[in-house]
Design a protein around this ligand. Structure first.
Ligand code: UT7
Length: 320
């Protein structure tokens, strides 16, 4: 027993920030961002929190699933940018939904949504949950250095969610963590302890772009090959590869190295930027709502990012 996906949802804040708007704040241009990253615009919170976005994505996913909030017996959220350490994003969503159930957060950076699927599968396998709400919710604008053109042009805010029910459609997964705090680092507030002697680092995303880029291409290629090989599948058996939306060129490079047409990879980074743990569930919701998915379709999710961590899994879509 694992699960099947009953419904999906998403939410992005209404404020859109275009590349041209960024170019008025920084030494960058619409042309550079489109060509090097593939982003045209991103959504940025003005007064919403990560939990607010997660809540709205959850309502959307509940409606799509036909379940009531009260049917949910576990909420798990993935985030690196929730406002509060406590309550966690999942606990805040639980309170907003007005329900009583178990809830906790995880942090696996941009790979968070794939880790959520694996954790949820464990609850279903043990029979300790019948309906699980999983959410990737990020307000990355909170932890973005808006003066660093090497990072701030990439990211966006948003949330994606899915409602899972009992089933056997989670077919295979792989998780890899390799260390790499010098490649991607998001320091926290160091506190005021008079006993702690380390220097305070500014609490914003620091990333060595080129190293991350190479790591990401490698991660996608090795994980896609692993999922195909270990299931005796051919790429034609897969309806879509749904990658973490970090940079359109990462997907282009991976497609070329895998000798695949890039249309095999679902892409929507142009409109949202990189929303970390929210990027795969937002993509999934778009695919679902736009009628791209059919019962029996095999979806291969592949994600990579801070940790350094990468993760991939295979899910059979059975909704309608
Ligand atoms: O989601 C988590 C994982 N994150 C990722 O996967 C991100 C992976 N990395 C990337 O997406 C890309 O490496 C970046 C988008 C971050 C950077 O693109 P790049 O093609 O790797 O550029 P670069 O860092 O090699 O920089 C090339 C040039 C540099 O100028 P010089 O040294 O050649 O004069 C940069 O200073 O581009 C410059 N540059 C910019 N120019 C205009 C860097 N950022 C910008 C910018 N606008 N925003």
């Amino acid at each position: 027993m694992s699960f099947r996906i009953l419904g999906t949802g998403m939410c992005v804040p209404s404020r859109v920030v275009t590349n041209d708007e960024l170019a008025r704040m920084l030494d960058t241009s619409d042309g550079w961002i489109r060509q090097r990253v593939g982003v045209r615009e991103r959504h940025v919170c003005t007064d919403e929190t990560a939990a607010d976005l997660g809540y709205r994505a959850a309502l959307d996913a509940l409606e799509d699933s036909g379940c009531r909030a009260g049917d949910i017996d576990l909420i798990i959220a993935a985030t690196v940018s929730g406002e509060d350490t406590a309550p966690s994003v999942s606990c805040s969503v639980q309170q907003m939904l007005g329900i009583s159930c178990s809830a906790f957060d995880i942090n696996a950076s941009c790979s968070g949504f794939v880790f959520l699927l694996e954790i949820a599968a464990g609850f279903f396998a043990r029979g300790t949950a019948k309906r699980v709400l999983i959410i990737g919710a990020e307000r990355l604008s909170r932890i973005t250095d808006w003066e660093d053109r090497g990072t701030c042009v990439i990211f966006g805010d948003g949330a994606g969610a899915a409602v899972l029910g009992e089933g056997s459609e989670y077919l295979c997964s792989k998780f890899t963590v390799e260390g790499g705090s010098d490649v991607i680092h998001i320091p926290q507030h160091t506190g005021k302890s008079p006993f702690f002697g380390r220097e305070t680092a500014s609490p914003y995303i620091k990333m060595r772009g080129r190293e991350t880029f190479k790591y990401a291409v490698e991660a996608i290629c090795s994980d896609v090959n692993y999922i195909l090989d270990s299931n005796g599948l051919n790429i034609d058996d897969i309806s879509y590869i749904v990658p973490h939306q970090a940079n359109a060129r990462i997907i282009d490079f991976a497609a070329e190295r895998l000798k695949l047409d890039k249309s095999r990879f679902y892409q929507n980074i142009e409109l949202y930027g990189n929303t970390s743990s929210a990027s795969i569930p937002i993509a999934l919701d778009e695919m679902n709502k736009n009628g791209l998915l059919h019962s029996g379709d095999l979806l291969l999710f592949t994600a990579f990012g801070g940790g350094l961590a990468h993760a991939a899994c295979l899910v059979r879509w059975t909704k309608n």
